[in-house]
Write a protein that binds this ligand. Sequence first.
Ligand code: FPP
Length: 250
Amino acid sequence: MPDNPPLKALPKIPCHVAVIMDGNGRWAKARGLPRIAGHRAGTENLRRVITACVEFGIKYLTIYAFSTENWGRPQEEVSGLMNIIEEVIERELSELHKQGVRLLHLGHLDGLSPNLREKVIKAVALTKNNDRLVLSIAFNYGGRDEIACAIRRMIDEGIKAEDVNETLISKYMFTDGVPDPDLIIRTSGEMRTSNFLIWQAAYSEWYTPQTLWPDFGREELYKAIEEYGKRDRRFGKISSEDYSNNQKPC
Ligand code: FPP
């Protein structure tokens, strides 16, 4: 059997898929391994999911790698995650660049080590003209914090109250230029937003398979998109033909 057997064409492809990669800790625990081994397995898996996104024609993929609240995890896990992200940039950047992946960072660079900060800045700059897949990594990111930052910047820039509207607020988010997610996948069966893209997710469709993140692969992504294709998105209206301003299909 080939690695990637052909799959039936999908009738409706979401433009932007966002993922909460949940269940790494439970995956590791079930195998008697330390939690960080689960995060490493979840990173290996990411490569398969990125390749499948390109194969299926998804244009934007956003992943939640580290929240502003994750600093509260045991020091060993926090530094393990920081090391993983640094290693991944070092190891995968040239291949991602070759595949035409553009990397974006959502969140704050302060708080990260100078080395990691520099790697993130370089990766974003190197890939800035790629357009096959835009991969946004939410790292040191919190949705409420993102909204607070947007408000602060608007005030600092002297924006008048009467000029504040939803389109303008979207421009002040870390995701400026990225369409709102059509589909948000949270693996491991948990059903929480966990401070992820809370402004952008206003009309996203959610998919919450029981599968733990390290076991989520191409076939699982296919199932998620198949399920998405069955949803009738009305954006508060009565016909799925109506798209709000920032929800035009890709
Ligand atoms: C949630 O599972 C997962 C995380 C908080 C971290 C996800 C990070 C990675 C997969 C690292 C790789 C990222 C990049 C961009 C290279 P959990 O730890 O909460 O699992 P549990 O609910 O089973 O304990």
